[in-house]
Design a protein. Structure first.
Length: 400
């Protein structure tokens, strides 16, 4: 019988013990035909058992190996899975890594596409301060800010009329500062008594009033002593003027000059920004105390870079703190969805992103602002609001 089964041990587990005893003891069965059919049936079972070892399903395999001891289990049983079970989707909490474990390279949004202003090779003629003052008065008169002089007025009468109109304009500006003081006090009182939360517009209004209040005394001295110096101050020292005492043409020129200065700093310090970005790319932030030349970063965001090193760092840190609080309010207000085009440009300039042109639409500028907010929200381990924004400024400065 062992020869017939090919020395397969599995046959012994199939043959009934009583039949094996009858075969060994030599007892005669009913007929030889029954013996032959019995052996044929045993052979079929053995061949089926040997074939099932190579092409068995997971159910046959489990029934066969269940009778074996643990040490005899084949190590290849995990390789044959004809019907693998459905993959269980991991929960979002288990797949989303913590912010400090995220690599800034893998998670940072793509850099926004800027449309720079076309530059001409021919240098523009620089008008004199007197010509600029005349142009500012003409623009203010055309916009209704100043009352126009009579048509039949001579040179002296026209000059006197313009000087008197400017004096009234500055007086109204000083009165507006006092009005803003009362409005800012009312906003603070409302918040202190548990009223509505502070909006972004109200926050910027209070900050602008505080800046105007600091400029009030020196500006009053200039108006009383020599009013004619104000156009020169607007040209050379624009930060000295309160926001309520700036003509529309002066405001546009101040913004354009600040934007040109920012672009000049970006062009002249590209290698410095690229070096800062490469040094901090692994960590994702730049500590404030590690800045050896904060003047370049200050110039990008429009902060004065003169003075001792500690003073420059303090200005830089204070500006970025204001920007951080402004970013939170912008995100709460749908990334500046209701901002006008001039407000979007102002917000981008405050963040060191003056690479827009007059062809940019409000949606394009809003996309650039959203990129800044999304980038600064990524907080690697050890970073804070200031150091992370310094790193984003390094990315902006190193972008060609």
């Amino acid at each position: 019988m062992l020869r017939f089964t090919g020395k397969n041990v599995a046959a012994n587990s199939v043959i009934q013990p009583r039949q094996l005893h009858l075969a060994l003891s030599g007892q005669r069965l009913a007929s030889g035909r029954l013996q032959l059919s019995h052996y044929t049936r045993v052979g079929r079972k053995v061949s089926a058992r040997s074939a099932s070892t190579s092409t068995s399903s997971s159910n046959d395999k489990s029934s066969h190996t269940s009778n074996l001891p643990p040490s005899a289990l084949s190590p290849r049983k995990h390789r044959v899975e004809l019907k693998p079970g459905p993959l269980k989707r991991p929960s979002p909490s288990s797949t989303t890594p913590k912010p400090h474990s995220i690599s800034p390279k893998q998670t940072q949004p793509s850099f926004p596409a800027f449309r720079p202003s076309p530059t001409s090779n021919t240098p523009d003629s620089v008008p004199s301060a007197i010509e600029l003052a005349k142009q500012d008065i003409a623009d203010a008169t055309a916009q209704g800010v100043l009352r126009p002089a009579p048509h039949d007025a001579g040179t002296i009468k026209r000059f006197t009329h313009q000087a008197f109109e400017l004096l009234k304009f500055y007086f109204r500006g000083l009165k507006a500062i006092n009005t803003h003081r009362k409005q800012a006090a009312a906003i603070r009182s409302r918040i202190a008594t548990g009223g509505a939360a502070l909006s972004r517009a109200e926050s910027r209004f209070i900050r602008t009033f505080q800046q105007d209040a600091l400029k009030l005394i020196p500006f009053v001295v200039v108006v009383v002593v020599m009013e004619e110096l104000i156009p020169f101050i607007a040209l050379y020292v624009p930060r000295m003027l309160p926001s309520t005492c700036v003509l529309p043409g002066q405001r546009d020129r101040i913004n354009a000059k600040a934007r040109n200065n920012q672009q000049l700093v970006l062009a002249e310090n590209w290698q410095l920004f690229d070096h800062l970005r490469k040094e901090s790319e692994s960590s994702g932030f730049i500590p404030t105390l590690s800045l050896k030349n904060p003047g370049a970063l200050s110039g990008v965001i429009g902060v004065p870079a003169w003075g001792p090193l500690q003073l420059v760092r303090w200005r830089l840190k204070r500006h970025l703190q204001n920007v951080a609080s402004d970013d939170k309010m912008l995100k709460q207000e749908a990334y500046g969805r209701d901002l006008t085009l001039p407000e979007l440009k102002e917000a981008l300039q405050e963040r060191g992103m003056p690479m827009f042109s007059e062809k940019n639409s409000a949606d394009e500028l809003r996309a650039q602002l959203k990129w800044w907010i999304d980038m600064t929200e990524i907080m690697p381990e050890g970073a804070d609001a200031i150091s992370r924004r310094l790193f984003v400024l390094g990315i902006i400065g190193s972008h060609k």
